[in-house]
Design a protein around this ligand. Structure first.
Ligand code: NDP
Length: 526
């Protein structure tokens, strides 16, 4: 039987990664972006495959969800131990399938996922414990809040952090008592399959964590199979389609979408630290980070020194095949990003920006784009308004912090933002005014690996939160149980409705809620 194989292609990227291209293919080929070499294949799963996976996941979840949370944590830690033990296999594959530097595969993928599992295993027994809610009015009843697993959680994830991102959501969903089906990006299917191999190897329930590899239609089929919760991480355009599909089926979802993180360098910013932060925040993972530094607003008092130092540091970066040597900047995982980077640069330079360094794709094998710094940018240029998702840092000079905040907020996206200043209190006040899900002062990117804190966006960067107590509880249905305190056969709030009881309640309304009412007095006393 002749097999159809979809070829996303090295450099040429024949598959293109769009959903339509997935039709009819039975396999996906995965290429190393740094070399162009074919490294493996994965099945392109059909809607029927996905439906069967969902049935198996539902059965597996019943027993898992009934376990005490402590026991689930203990088993998830077994998975953590297994992937820490096999970290070299994961790192080697991440380096090959994503072309990312070994440090980034170790620190930003494996270590972050291990820390996240540890944090959630520690926090979950407290965060998910049932607790009593003190009612402010209905004192004759007691209320209890319980966190129940939702059921099956679908995790749809992108190609830029193909281990850390799906593991982040899978681990918190599992600890909360759910089964998980991951749909990894067609661009990086092998790393998710490796995670599954490690899960199975650790003796954990096979159907509890499943991977449905495929193209866009496999993701669409996953939503059509009616999971109980969807965590989608990806671009805003796909996010709209996925949110619409969830909306039609009334499936609750979290949308972790694109970013356009501004970095505000105040007049008193430490130039050396800020410059190093811009370079790391702009070029880590070759700029393919949803919280990358995507635009710099530098106060005129530091602008020139900061720009010069950023250009110097950028020129020192070593770029190349990370499987052969220690490099700072690796390859571009998804080849279309190179075309996007070129369009941004042409648009900016055409409108008067100055190309200070970089700006070109590298000739030869592999998909590389030079780390690029643009100066003299403004909001007429796409590089300042649209997500880049590549190694470009555009600079804009501002005269005041007010101007910087206004420009930072002049965006449809609001995931991360950065403020650099020697005065931390002042920077924090400025941070409160920047429209973003998270703002870091004198730092970049680190909240992507801070499991204690909620992570997510506002505006077109999405809604809902991954990580933090909020993210963990979001993996659950919140259940309210209300219990009577005093046995009674009649309840004054029930039938019959009489004139007498109406008059009594009417008086009660004033007594309870008017200016000096009982409720107000009690709440003032407390
Ligand atoms: P995409 O939106 O293209 O894809 C994300 C996932 O959705 C992939 O697995 C994709 O499959 C799948 N998909 C495509 N079509 C459908 C559909 N109709 N129904 C269900 N699933 C579908 O994102 P990219 O992979 O290109 O990732 C880059 C984007 O991700 C950037 O915008 C970046 O900012 C964002 N991102 C956001 C993060 C956050 O936490 N906020 C973190 C990291 C990235 P396939 O690949 O097979 O097409």
């Amino acid at each position: 039987m002749g097999q159809v194989v979809m070829d996303r292609g090295a450099g040429g990227n024949a598959g293109g990664g769009t959903s339509a291209n997935g039709h009819g293919a039975t396999r996906i080929k995965s290429y190393a972006p740094a070399t162009g070499e074919l490294i493996g294949e994965a099945p392109n799963m059909s809607a029927e495959d996905v439906r069967r996976a969902m049935e198996r996941a539902r059965r597996a979840q019943e027993a898992w969800g009934a376990l005490p949370v402590e026991e689930r944590c203990e088993r998830v830690l077994r998975f953590r131990d297994a992937f820490v033990e096999r970290a070299d296999e994961l790192i080697d594959l991440l380096v090959r399938e994503c072309g990312k530097p070994r440090h980034e595969a170790l620190l930003h993928e494996v270590l972050v996922a291990a820390d996240l599992a540890t944090f959630f295993a520690k926090a979950a027994p407290r965060v998910l414990a049932p607790h009593e809610l003190k009612l402010h009015l209905l004192k004759h009843r007691r209320s209890f809040i319980h966190y129940k697993p939702r059921g099956v959680v679908a995790v749809i994830s992108p190609w830029n952090y193909p281990f850390q991102l799906p593991m982040r959501d899978a681990i918190s969903a599992l600890i909360a008592g759910n089964a998980v089906i991951i749909k990894p990006s067609e661009v990086t299917p092998l790393i998710a399959l490796k995670a599954k191999e490690i899960w199975d190897g650790a003796g954990l329930p096979e159907d509890l964590l499943q991977i449905c590899t495929g193209f866009g239609p496999t993701g669409a089929a996953l939503i059509d199979a009616h999971p109980d919760f969807v965590v989608f991480t990806g671009g805003t355009a796909t996010g709209r389609r996925v949110a619409a599909a969830c909306g039609e089926r009334l499936i609750p979802c979290v949308m972790e979408l694109g970013g356009k993180a501004p970095l505000i360098a105040c007049a008193d910013a430490d130039v050396e630290r800020t410059a190093r932060a811009v370079v790391f925040g702009g070029f880590s993972n070759a700029g393919q980070v949803c919280i990358s530094v995507e635009r710099v607003y530098a106060h005129r008092e530091v602008h020139d020194k900061l720009l010069e130092r950023v250009v110097e540091l950028t020129r020192e970066l070593r770029q190349g095949d990370p499987s052969k040597e220690f490099v700072d900047v690796g390859a571009i995982i998804f080849p279309q990003q190179i075309d996007i980077a070129e369009k941004h640069i042409a648009d900016a330079v055409g409108k008067g920006a100055e190309l200070r360094t970089g700006g070109k794709r590298k000739e030869g094998a592999g998909q590389f784009f030079e780390p690029t710094v643009l100066a003299g940018c403004n909001h007429q240029m796409t590089v300042m308004t649209d997500e880049i998702f590549g190694p470009i840092v555009p600079f804009m000079r501002v005269s005041t912090e007010e101007e910087a905040v206004r420009l930072a907020n002049d965006s449809q996206l609001g995931l991360n933002a950065y403020v650099f200043s020697a005065d931390r209190d002042h920077a924090r006040r400025l941070a409160e005014r920047v429209e973003a899900g998270s703002v870091l002062v004198n730092d970049v990117l680190s909240n992507g690996g801070t499991p204690d804190a909620p992570f997510g966006g506002i505006k077109l960067s999405g809604f809902g939160r991954a990580m933090g107590e909020e993210g963990l509880r979001d993996m659950c249905n919140v259940k309210h149980i209300s219990v009577d305190r005093i046995a009674s056969q009649k309840d004054p709030l029930w039938y019959p409705y009489t004139e007498g009881s109406y008059t009594w309640f009417r008086r009660g309304l004033r007594a309870l809620f008017s200016g000096g009412g009982i409720v107000q007095r009690i709440s003032e006393m407390l």
